[in-house]
Design a protein around this ligand. Structure first.
Ligand code: AHG
Ligand code: MN
Ligand code: MN
Length: 338
């Protein structure tokens, strides 16, 4: 049996704060907020079948999507946890039309902004399938003490200070990066503590899993269609056919592929002309993690997601991420069909 590494997330964060000589402790406090919110959401999700938390809230978000009750609760929980510590001057969320200014007291003096998808895969809650939370942290561009502006939120993903996700699965895990590799922590609900369980996560160079909503196949660009057919064709040398796995929760699909090796695709289609996934709080943080784990994430052949200059808060982009060799194969198909 594998012995657990008895280092908690809190201890890990403090131990690594010294890697950044200029660190003031604000980022550590920000992580405390995320960790606490993740525990609260974990508790709610684990009771989803028992208390009145499943189902729809009766509202739609700015993107016209129906909000689940848990979307609303998780969004409120994250906002409250972040605001309480005075370490965030602005928050953007899938569930908010506009970004939120935190310009009271300590928050106004802080240097970080947070973008988040409070519950990713929320259509899966009612059927007991894993969901997640995604977060992305930037240093503000505007001067400390002033009100945050668009330029603080519309930074390319390469500027991220940290990013991560929480997966509420068969166990709850928090996985994050600050640009020095990726580490994963598993929650022990009996102690209320996240332990370092997956140090220095590396994704395999190649894999055998492809993850895409094939129901949209006929609407995909030709290059994507040809790549999917390539995944399905028998070839002993490259271990094809690959296996198809698609949960419909980005966090869960990425988490599995990160560990086993694989490729995730959410292309443009005639239904979603820019794909479905949102750049700022889905694709950028996931791309940062995938790259930090040794993988690759692009929005088209040769174009890293992290290099896109954002133009709006809820902007969508086509998204292809995973094992480097598999993404490179896909890019060749996309190039041929350009
Ligand atoms: P959210 O629940 O935050 O709106 O995200 C849903 C996303 C993502 O989690 C998932 O990968 C994708 O939507 C699934 O979309 P399809 O149902 O179109 O495959
Ligand atoms: Mn999502
Ligand atoms: Mn969501």
């Amino acid at each position: 049996m594998k012995e657990p590494i008895l280092q908690t997330l809190g201890e890990f964060i403090i131990a690594h704060q010294k890697d950044y000589p200029e660190a003031s402790g604000e980022l550590s406090a920000l992580f405390s907020a995320i960790r606490l919110a993740a525990k609260i959401i974990h508790r709610h999700i684990n009771k989803a079948g028992l208390i009145d938390i499943a189902g729809l809230a009766g509202e739609r978000n700015v993107q016209g999507e129906e909000q689940a009750k848990l979307d609303v609760m998780a969004n409120d929980t994250f906002k409250a946890a972040l605001a309480a510590r005075g370490v965030v001057c602005g928050i953007a969320s899938e569930e908010e039309d506009h970004y939120i200014l935190l310009d009271d007291g300590l928050n106004k003096e802080s240097k970080y902004i947070v973008l988040m998808d409070p519950v990713d895969g929320s259509s899966n809650i009612d059927v007991n399938v894993s969901v997640g939370t995604i977060f992305s942290i930037y240093r503000r561009k505007s001067p400390v003490g002033t009100t945050v502006t668009d330029e603080d939120f519309f930074q390319p993903g390469t500027e991220q200070v940290a990013a991560g996700y929480v997966i509420y699965g068969s166990s709850t895990m928090l996985v994050y990066t600050t640009g020095n590799g990726v580490n994963g922590f598993t929650f022990d609900p009996t102690l209320g503590v996240f332990y370092l369980s997956h140090p220095d996560m590396r994704t395999p160079e190649t894999g055998q899993i492809y993850s895409v909503n094939e129901g949209n196949y006929v609407h995909f660009p030709d290059g994507v269609k040809k790549y999917i057919k390539y995944c399905q064709v028998e070839d002993e040398a490259s271990n094809r056919p690959y296996t198809s796995r698609y949960i419909g929760s980005l966090v869960s699909d990425i988490h599995r592929n990160l560990i086993y090796g694989g490729i995730y695709l959410y292309p443009s289609s005639s239904r979603y002309t820019n794909g479905k996934l949102r750049l700022l709080y889905e694709c950028n943080p996931i791309s940062f993690l995938v790259e930090q784990a040794g993988g690759r994430a692009v929005c088209e052949a040769g174009k890293r997601v992290l290099e896109i200059k954002p133009t709006s808060l809820h902007q969508r982009v086509p998204f292809f991420a995973g094992s480097t060799a598999m993404v490179a194969d896909l890019e060749n198909f996309l190039l041929e069909d350009r």
